[in-house]
Structures are given as structure tokens and as C-alpha cells.
Design a protein around this ligand. Structure first.
Ligand SMILES: Cc1cc2nc3c(=O)[nH]c(=O)nc-3n(C[C@H](O)[C@H](O)[C@H](O)COP(=O)(O)O)c2cc1C
Length: 324
């Protein structure tokens, strides 16, 4: 089931979704460690990126992806020239795919005409795509929702228009903007998008397991899947789904000491990436996700959340796994 995103060939198209506050460099590295094909960065706002680059400031946002291959960098913004400039910067820094965010439902973004608000202004959305496509040599892709609300489902039309101006892949989260994250993602509705374009279409929303992935593909007719929240505390899930789709089988989730050491590696990577103060805080949600299904994890979780000393946290993790 391989697909081509422009000149980039992906053998088994199972992607890690872009998730602000989650798919940072340390997490993407964990996912890649299991052999995942393609991962997406967190959404990067185009205007601050361009302004920082003009001032030649080496912000973490602009530079934290230089060593990853292949990697799709996602850009958000509503000013065609600024988005195009941001795309150029990302390409220069090594991004192999530029993904445009037409799906973010968050008020702060849509009130500035970004994210899913662009689905309500098709001419602007298309100008943004056109300028980005002209600005870079790497493939430009778009991630969108089904539409703004149930009365304005326009993903099929917008996908077709996007293909006509050079987009190389469309990902659709099977919800409308107004649904936010409520209800169930509608995988069937993505079939209409698939029928309107020749470029690959990726189904996204509520895919948690290999079985979900098969069902989502069957219902949508899509060419690949994208997994977001299903990867919380499970960086191996993208690879499990890849294996399941290509061979019908997949390895079990890591457990015991292997899981412990994986968590500790992730923890060390977060501390070294963000520094102790921020790293300790960011790591808490990841640790919580890793251990949430383990016996008696509530108590150690609250102790970890109260600690600001990395060595203490690591000792708590060691001790917790000894009790299992
Ligand atoms: C915490 C969080 C952050 C997200 N950040 C982004 C983002 O930066 N860009 C984007 O296109 N979608 C973002 N999304 C949406 C996801 O990429 C995905 O479309 C959505 O979660 C549905 O997929 P899932 O059910 O597999 O999580 C985010 C979702 C969550 C839960």
C-alpha cells in the first residue's frame, strides 16, 4: 500500500499526527525509534517563525528539526506571503514535506483566520497553498477537517482545488471544526474526498489500534492513516499499525523493564531538550500516559507530579517497576 507524496515514496503510510505540546523532538525520536515512517512536527506559527528568522534568532522552534529524516513540518498561518516565507525557511532547515494546517479548531487560531477558519475562506486557502507551492521545491500537503460545521462540509471541494494548485497529499480529520473533539470521527465521510482527487488521502481521527486502522481504511477508502492521541504514552503504536497493515501481524506493546527503560530514555531526552525546569513539567504528562494502565500507578504518578528533581523522579520510576 505504498504511496507517493510528490517524489517521496512511503512504503506503509501510517503517520504520527502533528500535536502541539506532544509531538516535540524527543517524542518524535521515540516514535521513530520503533521504525515509524513519517512523523509530523507540532504546528509552527508562520509569522513568529519568519520574524525570528529575519532577526537571525536561533529559536528552538526554527531549528529543532534539522536532524530528522523524513519529517513533515506543519505550518499555520493566514497570510500567503508569510506562510510561503515560513515554508522556505523550513525547507532550508531540512524539512522534506511542508504541511499546511487547515484543521486547528482552537479559538485563538481561528479568530485570526488560521487553522480550520481557512475552510470558510476557500479563495484565501487556495492563495496560501499556491504561494507555498511556488516557494518551495519539496512537496506541500494539507491537513483539514471535514468542514466548518455539518451544514458546510467542503473537504471534498477544497481537496480538489488544492490538488489543482499542486498539493501532493491531503489528510482529513473526520470531524467538523464545530465538533472540536466531540462525537466520533466520521471515516465514511472521507470517501467523498478520496473520490474527488488522485493524490493520496490520509484518514485521521479516533484511530487507536491496528484494528481501528484497518476499519478506517476500509470505510474511507483512504491511502493511509494518521494517528494522534492513540500514540499518547505508546510511541510504538505507529509501527504496530504499520506492521499490521503490511503483514497482518504486529509485536506486542513493550512491558516490564523494557518499558521502564524506554520511559527513562524519553525522560532524559526531555530534560536535555528543554532543560530541567521545563523538562520536568513537560515529562509529567508523558509519564502519566506511559503508566496509566499499570497496576497502582495513581500513587507514584502523584509523587512524580510533585517532584522537581530528575534523579528523584527516576528513582520513583525504578521503584515503581520493582513493585510490578
Ligand atoms: C493535544 C493536541 C494537539 C494538536 N495539535 C495539532 C497541530 O499542531 N496541528 C494539527 O494539524 N492538528 C493538531 N491536533 C489534531 C491532531 O493532529 C488530530 O487531527 C486529532 O487529534 C484527531 O486524531 P486522533 O483522534 O488520532 O488524535 C492536535 C490534537 C491534540 C489532541
Amino acid at each position: 500500500m505504498s504511496i507517493s507524496i510528490g517524489s517521496i515514496n512511503i512504503e506503509t503510510p501510517v503517520f504520527l499526527a502533528p500535536m502541539s505540546g506532544v509531538t516535540d523532538l524527543p517524542f518524535r525520536h521515540m516514535v521513530k525509534r520503533f521504525g515509524a515512517g513519517l512523523v509530523f512536527s507540532e504546528m509552527l506559527a508562520s509569522r513568529p517563525m519568519v520574524e525570528n528568522a529575519r532577526r537571525m534568532r536561533k529559536t528552538r522552534e526554527c531549528f529543532d528539526f534539522v536532524e530528522e529524516h523524513p519529517l513533515a513540518i506543519q505550518i499555520a498561518g493566514c497570510e500567503p506571503d508569510v506562510v510561503a516565507e515560513a515554508a522556505r525557511i523550513c525547507e532550508e532547515r531540512g524539512a522534506q514535506i511542508i504541511d499546511l494546517n487547515f484543521g486547528c479548531p482552537v479559538k485563538k487560531i481561528v479568530n485570526n483566520m488560521g487553522g480550520s477558519a481557512l475552510m470558510r475562506d476557500e479563495p484565501l486557502a487556495i492563495r496560501i497553498i499556491e504561494d507555498a507551492v511556488k516557494a518551495v521545491g519539496v512537496p506541500v500537503t494539507v491537513k483539514m477537517r471535514l468542514g466548518w460545521d455539518h451544514d458546510s462540509i467542503n473537504a471534498p471541494r477544497l481537496a480538489e482545488m488544492a490538488e489543482n494548485v499542486g498539493v501532493k497529499m491531503i489528510t482529513v480529520h473526520g470531524r467538523t471544526r464545530n465538533q472540536l473533539y466531540t462525537g466520533q470521527a466520521d471515516w465514511d465521510a472521507i470517501r467523498e474526498v478520496k473520490s474527488r482527487v488522485r493524490i493520496p488521502v490520509i484518514v485521521n481521527g479516533d484511530i487507536l489500534t491496528p484494528h481501528d486502522a484497518s476499519l478506517a481504511l476500509e470505510k474511507s477508502g483512504a491511502d493511509g492513516v494518521m494517528i494522534g492521541r492513540g500514540a499518547y504514552g505508546k510511541p510504538w503504536v505507529v509501527k504496530q499499525v504499520m506492521d499490521h497493515l503490511s503483514t497482518g501481524q504486529h509485536s506486542p506493546a513493550p512491558s516490564g523493564l523494557f518499558l521502564r527503560d524506554l520511559m527513562l530514555d524519553h525522560y532524559d531526552a526531555l530534560i536535555s531538550h528543554y532543560g530541567v525546569d521545563v523538562g520536568v513539567k513537560i515529562s509529567r504528562k508523558h509519564i502519566g500516559w506511559y503508566i496509566q494502565d499499570l497496576r497502582n500507578s495513581e500513587f507514584v504518578r502523584s509523587k512524580i507530579n510533585a517532584s522537581t528533581v530528575p534523579d528523584d523522579v527516576k528513582n520513583m520510576i525504578f521503584e515503581f517497576f520493582e513493585t510490578l
